[in-house]
Design a protein around this ligand. Structure first.
Ligand SMILES: [Ca+2]
Length: 142
């Protein structure tokens, strides 16, 4: 009887040790899986954030383009620079209180007369890389 219970206790301790080992491996597996899931979700969030910044840029660019058109209606010509939207010549009322920034908090590039939009103006955001004339730019001509 006593011998049997000792055996049981020994078996129990062994199985407990085994269980602990397995639990550690399981924790490692779970942590690894969680890490993989977190990185996938992270990539998704970063992607959504980039899309949101691009959308913000498009909206701000549209507002800016509307302000430039309004300037033309009020003053009779397109502004030579975006600064004229906030400080128009001859003490006229500003079209905008401040110039909008793109989704990456950078200034828009304004070119008049437009090289891409004949007879109008070009607006360009340098995009996430901050460099003009590459494929991540947001422009009013493509
Ligand atoms: Ca760029």
């Amino acid at each position: 009887m006593k011998d049997n219970s000792r055996k049981k206790a020994k078996w129990y301790r062994r199985s407990k040790k085994k269980q602990r080992g397995l639990t550690l491996i399981e924790i490692l597996v779970v942590v690894t899986i969680l890490g993989i899931i977190a990185s996938i979700v992270g990539i998704g969030v970063v992607g959504a954030l980039d899309d949101a910044k691009k959308d913000t840029t498009k909206i701000q660019m549209k507002n800016l383009a509307d302000a430039v058109e309004l300037y033309k209606i009020k003053i009779g010509r397109y502004p030579a620079s975006l600064g004229e939207l906030t400080k128009p010549p001859e003490g006229r009322k500003p079209i905008m209180d401040s110039l909008p920034k793109d989704g990456w908090d950078a200034d828009f590039v304004y070119v008049y007369p437009g090289q891409h939009n004949q007879g109008k103006f070009d607006l360009q955001s340098k995009g996430p890389d901050g460099i003009t004339d590459n494929e991540d730019d947001v422009t009013n001509w493509k």
